[in-house]
Design a binder for this molecule. Structure first.
Ligand SMILES: Nc1nc2c(ncn2[C@@H]2O[C@H](COP(=O)(O)OP(=O)(O)OP(=O)(O)O)[C@@H](O)[C@H]2O)c(=O)[nH]1
Length: 689
C-alpha cells in the first residue's frame, strides 16, 4: 500500500491504525479510524481528516463496502482539494480508479486513473506513474483490452526505473499473468504468476498476493490439479481474511467449492458457491457476481446440469454486457462453447467460439487472436474428429444394420425354405399316401381281376378237365377220370378190412364194381341209324343215373360198355342192386331218332372189391377187373340179359387142383362165392370151357 503523503502531525495517529489493518485486524482498525475521523472532524485538521477518510475509503473498498468507500473517498478528495498539495489527491484518484474498477465502472475508473497519472506526471513521481500504469492495465484487462494493457505493463516492467519497487513489480507481474491466463497461454501465465507471488510476498500484507494466489489456484483447476488448487485458494483465503476482504473471501470459498464439485463433493461445493452468490447479490458486487456466474456455470457443467449452467452463462453474459466487461463476455462465451461441446452440440459450440473470437478480435493483437484461433482450430479438429467418430459410428451402425438386415433376410429365406420343405414333405406324404391308396386300390382291383382270371382259369380248366374227363355224348366220366379216382378208393376199401378199421366200417366199405354191356347194340345202329344209337345211349345213361347214386363212379368205359363202381357199399346188397338195374333197362322203352320205340337188355359182369376180405391186399385192381370182364363175357355167353359176378373168394398162392369152375382155376381161387341172375351157377357158361 502506497503511503499517503500527509505532512500533518495528526496524521501520525493514523499510522498505528494502518498497521493494525495490515496485521490482520481490519474491523478493529476500521473502528479506530472512525474514532479518529470523529476526533478530526470539526477541528482544523483538514489534512488529517482527509487522510482518515482516505484510509476509511480504502479499508471499506478492501472490505467490499463500495458505497461507504465511495463516500469516504469523495469526502477525502473534497478535503484534499482545499489544500495546495496535489499529491494526496493523486492517491485518492488512484483509489477511486480501483473502486470504480471493482464496481465495473470502467470509464470512471479509467478517468480517475488518468487523473492520477497526470498528477504524478506533473509531480514527476515515477513511482506514482508506474502505479497508475499498472492500475490502468488492470482496468484494460478487465475490459478485455489486452494489447494496450500488456504494452503498458511491459513498459512498467522493462523500461521504468521504478519498476524495481516490489509492490509495483508484483502487481504488474500479476496482471501480466492474468492477461496470459485469459489468453490461455498457461505456461506464460504460470511463470508470471509465480514471479508475482514471489515479489508480493516481500510486502507486509498485499491484496494482490491474495489475487495472485487465486489466479494460481484457477490455473491448477484448469489443469484438474484440485489438491494444489485448493492449497493456493487456502493461501488466498488467509490473505483476504487478514484484511476482511469479504468479497474476495467469498470468491475464494466459491472456488474451493468448485474444486470440491470437480472432486465429486457436489453438495458442499455447491453450498459454498451459492453462499458466495447470495453475498454478491446482497452487496450488489458486480465483478463477484460475474465471477460466481462463471464458477456456477462451470460447477453445473461438471455435474451435467446443462440447463442451469446455460442459465448462469446467460445471466453472466447479460451482466458482463451491461457493465462493458468484454473480457468476461468472452469468458462466458468460451464457457458456453465448452458446455455445448460437452453437450455434443458442436455446431452451436463452434458458433459460440466464433462469437467469442469476434468479440475479442477488435480488442486484442496477434497474441490474443493466435490462441483463440488455435482453440478454434482445435475445436474444429475435435469437431471433425467427433464427426469422423460419428461417421464411423454411423457406418458401424449401418454395417450392423446391414448385417442385421442380411441375417433377417437369411432368417426369412431360411424360414421360407423350411416352410417350402415342410409343405413339400406334407405334399410328398399326402402324395405318397394318395399313391399308396391308389396303389392299394389298383392292387385290390388287380387282385380281384386276378382272382377273377384265376376263377375263369379254374373254370376253364375245370371245363377243360371236364371235357377231357367226360364223355361228350352221355356226360358220364371216361376211363381217364377213373384213373385219378380209383387208387384212393381201392386203398380205402382194402384198409377197411384191416384190424383197425373193420369194426368201424362194419362192412360198409366195399367197392361194388359192375361192367355193363348193352345187348345187340350194333343191331340198333344198323337198323335205326347211328343217331338213334346215340340217342339210345343217352337214355341208357339216364337209367344208370336213376339207379345208382351220384356219389358212385359212373364211367362210360367205351362204346356201349359202362363201368359203375359203388363206393362205401356192402357186397350183400350187390345182387339186388344190379337186378334192379337190369329190370329198369329191360322195362324201359327207348325212343329212337327215327321215331321207333324199342326195348333192350343188357349183360353185366361184376366183382366185389376186395374179393378176399381176409387178404384185402392180395389182389390188384387189374386182376379184379379181369374177373369182372370174364363174368360179363360169361353173362353174354349164358344168353344175355343177365348178370354174373363174384361176391367173395379166397385167393390162393398155389394153383387149384380141382377148381369148382374155370374162373377159380384161372385166378387160383380156393373158394369162390358166385352170384348170378340165372337159375344157378351151373347155368353159367364160362368163356374158358
Ligand atoms: N350209335 C353208336 N354206336 C356205337 C357207339 N359206340 C359203339 N357203337 C357201336 O356199337 C356196336 C357194338 O357192337 P358189338 O360189339 O358187336 O356188340 P353188340 O352188337 O352189342 O352185340 P353183343 O354185345 O354181343 O350183344 C358197334 O357196331 C359199334 O359201332 C356209339 O357211341 N354210338
Amino acid at each position: 500500500m502506497l503511503p499517503l503523503t500527509c505532512s500533518s502531525s495528526e496524521c501520525g495517529q493514523i499510522d498505528p491504525v494502518i498497521s493494525q489493518f495490515q496485521s490482520g485486524k481490519p474491523l478493529e482498525a476500521s473502528t479506530q479510524l472512525d474514532g479518529l475521523i470523529d476526533a478530526f472532524t470539526g477541528d482544523a485538521h483538514t489534512e488529517a481528516l482527509a487522510a482518515a477518510y482516505f484510509y476509511k475509503g480504502r479499508f471499506s473498498r478492501l472490505q467490499s463496502a463500495y458505497d461507504e468507500s465511495l463516500i469516504a473517498f469523495e469526502r477525502s478528495l473534497e478535503l484534499f482539494s482545499t489544500l495546495e498539495n496535489p499529491a494526496p489527491k493523486a492517491s485518492v484518484y488512484s483509489e477511486l480508479a480501483r473502486l470504480h474498477r471493482a464496481r465495473c465502472e470502467f470509464s470512471d475508473a479509467l478517468e480517475y486513473a488518468y487523473l492520477a497519472l497526470n498528477t504524478y506526471q506533473i509531480l514527476e513521481d515515477a513511482s506514482g506513474q508506474a502505479e497508475q500504469k499498472v492500475i490502468v492495465s488492470g482496468i484494460l484487462i478487465s475490459q478485455g483490452r489486452f494489447e494496450p494493457a500488456l504494452a503498458l505493463l511491459q513498459h512498467v516492467l522493462k523500461e521504468e526505473p521504478v519498476s524495481q519497487e516490489p509492490a509495483v513489480v508484483g502487481r504488474a507481474l500479476y496482471y501480466v499473468g492474468t492477461a496470459y491466463m485469459q489468453l490461455e497461454q498457461y505456461q506464460m501465465a504460470r511463470q508470471y504468476l509465480k514471479d508475482a507471488v514471489e515479489t508480493l510476498k516481500q510486502l507486509p500484507n498485499s491484496f494482490f498476493l491474495g489475487e495472485a494466489y487465486i489466479s494460481k489456484g484457477k490455473l491448477m483447476l484448469r489443469q484438474a490439479n484440485y489438491a494444489e488448487a485448493k492449497g493456493w485458494f487456502a493461501n488466498a483465503l488467509s490473505v483476504f481474511a487478514g484484511m476482511n476482504a469479504s468479497a474476495e473471501m467469498h470468491l475464494t470459498h466459491s472456488l474451493i467449492g468448485l474444486a470440491a464439485v470437480r472432486e465429486g463433493n457436489v453438495s458442499d461445493g455447491m453450498k459454498a458457491i451459492s453462499q458466495a452468490m447470495d453475498f454478491a447479490l446482497q452487496r450488489d458486487i458486480v465483478p463477484l457476481q460475474l465471477e460466481l456466474h462463471l464458477v456456477h456455470a462451470q460447477a453445473m457443467r461438471m455435474t451435467d446440469a446443462h440447463e442451469e449452467a446455460l442459465m448462469h452463462i446467460r445471466q453472466g453474459q447479460e451482466l458482463a454486457q451491461k457493465y462493458g466487461q468484454i473480457g468476461m463476455q468472452a469468458e462466458f462465451l468460451r464457457e458456453k462453447a465448452d458446455l455445448l461441446f460437452q453437450m455434443k452440440n458442436y455446431r452451436w459450440a463452434y458458433q459460440a467460439q466464433e462469437k467469442s473470437q469476434k468479440l475479442s478480435t477488435s480488442l486484442v493483437d496477434e497474441l490474443r487472436i493466435q490462441p483463440l484461433l488455435q482453440q478454434s482450430a482445435q475445436l474444429q479438429v475435435e469437431r471433425q474428429a467427433e464427426s469422423i467418430d460419428t461417421l464411423k459410428r454411423d457406418k458401424a451402425i449401418e454395417l450392423a444394420r446391414a448385417e442385421q438386415r442380411n441375417l433377417r433376410n437369411m432368417l426369412i429365406l431360411g424360414s421360407l425354405v423350411s416352410l417350402l420343405m415342410f409343405l413339400f414333405l406334407l405334399y410328398s406324404r399326402y402324395n405318397h399316401r394318395r399313391q399308396n391308396l391308389l396303389l392299394k386300390r389298383e392292387v385290390k382291383a388287380r387282385t380281384a381281376e386276378l382272382e377273377q382270371k384265376n376263377k375263369q382259369l379254374k373254370d376253364a380248366y375245370k371245363t377243360l378237365e371236364d371235357a377231357s374227363l367226360r364223355d361228350p355224348l352221355t356226360g358220364l366220366y371216361n376211363r381217364y377220370y377213373l384213373k385219378s379216382r380209383l387208387p384212393g378208393e381201392l386203398k380205402r376199401a382194402q384198409f377197411a378190412y384191416t384190424a383197425t378199421h373193420a369194426e368201424a366200417d362194419e362192412g360198409q366199405s366195399d367197392l361194388l364194381c359192375f361192367l355193363i354191356d348193352i345187348d345187340y347194340f350194333k343191331a340198333i345202329n344198323d337198323e335205326h341209324g347211328h343217331l338213334s344209337g346215340d340217342r339210345f345211349l343217352v337214355q341208357f345213361t339216364r337209367i344208370i343215373s336213376d339207379v345208382f347214386r351220384d356219389t358212385d363212379l359212373q364211367i362210360r368205359w367205351g362204346g356201349e360198355e359202362f363201368l359203375i363202381i359203388c363206393r362205401q357199399s356192402c357186397r350183400t346188397k350187390m345182387a339186388a342192386l344190379i337186378e334192379r338195374f337190369r329190370q329198369a333197362v329191360k322195362s324201359h322203352i327207348f325212343e329212337l331218332e327215327d321215331g321207333a320205340r324199342i326195348s333192350a337188355t343188357c349183360s353185366i359182369g361184376f366183382c366185389a372189391f376186395p374179393l378176399d376180405i381176409q387178404q384185402p391186399f392180395k389182389m390188384q385192381w387189374e386182376q379184379a377187373f379181369s374177373i369182372m370182364d370174364d363174368c360179363l363175357y360169361a353173362a353174354k355167353l349164358s344168353g344175355r340179359d343177365c348178370w354174373v359176378g363174384l361176391l367173395e373168394a379166397t385167393i390162393s398162392d398155389k394153383p387149384i387142383s380141382a377148381p369148382a369152375n374155370p374162373l377159380a382155376g384161372r385166378y387160383k381161387l380156393s373158394s369162390v362165392n358166385i352170384a348170378t341172375s340165372l337159375n344157378n351157377t351151373a347155368s353159367i357158361t364160362w368163356p374158358y370151357e
